[in-house]
Design a protein around this ligand. Structure first.
Ligand code: SF4
Length: 225
């Protein structure tokens, strides 16, 4: 398959191609935002048997866990959660509230390291990131090789905008995180997420007040196909 062909595929076509190409070595990561709702529904509609890996930092909002439970119930997801040290253990090792002093290290401990471990058995990883979410994601290709994780990264929603995500959720009546309706257009951990006003960028409420834009799991030197 040529890179140009992959880039012109719809989200559904890319997921079907990935399932044929990678079989059981394909997984979908979810943080239970609106893109997770779209992708678990789409994978289910296509009747693809894909493992779901939950990136749970133990610092999510109650509504996020409730969204996870609703999606697991409705779609019968086969869910795995990579191990992560407890917040209390992190306080003991690193001092209290590491997210205030060194959010990059906190994200490394609670997101990047668990993801590295979780992706071990897989050859490809489906993620819901979109180009229009922020300038740091504007060049996201639909398929890219990740040196850092040793897997192919697949972004079926790379060319979707926020409006299209919401339309898909509404038309298909998919459960979604209710915090999105309370001004949280992007949702992460409680200490690092705030609601935003309509004129701000979609991810402006993440690590607000700092120059941090990404948790780090999508940041690396990568090779496009
Ligand atoms: S988003 Fe904040 S609390 Fe969550 S892992 Fe990163 S720095 Fe820590």
């Amino acid at each position: 398959m040529q890179p140009e062909e992959l880039e012109t595929m719809t989200a559904e076509e890319l997921l079907r191609w990935a399932a044929e190409e990678f079989g059981e070595r394909l997984c979908l990561t979810c943080s239970w935002q609106k893109q997770s709702s779209v992708l678990v529904h789409m994978v289910s509609e296509l009747r693809l048997d894909v493992d779901v890996v939950e990136l749970d930092t133990h610092l999510f909002f109650r509504e996020t866990y409730e969204t996870r439970d609703a999606l697991v119930d409705r779609y019968g997801l086969r869910l795995s959660s990579p191990g992560v040290i407890t917040v209390a253990e992190q306080h003991r090792r690193e001092g209290p509230n590491l997210w205030e002093r060194d959010p990059d290290r906190c994200c490394h401990i609670r997101k990047v390291e668990p993801l590295l471990e979780a992706l071990g058995p897989y050859g490809a990883w489906i993620s819901g990131i979109r180009r229009d979410q922020s300038p740091s994601r504007a060049a996201t290709p639909k398929v890219q090789w990740s040196e850092r994780y040793g897997v192919w990264k697949l972004h079926p929603l790379a060319d979707w905008d926020e409006k299209r995500v919401w339309a898909y959720i509404a038309v298909n009546e998919i459960p979604f995180n209710p915090l999105h309706e309370a001004g949280y257009r992007s949702i992460g951990c409680i200490p690092c997420t705030r609601p935003i006003s309509p004129d701000e960028e979609e991810r402006a409420g993440r690590w607000a007040g700092s120059d941090k834009l990404e948790c780090g799991i999508h940041v690396e030197r990568t090779t496009h196909v």
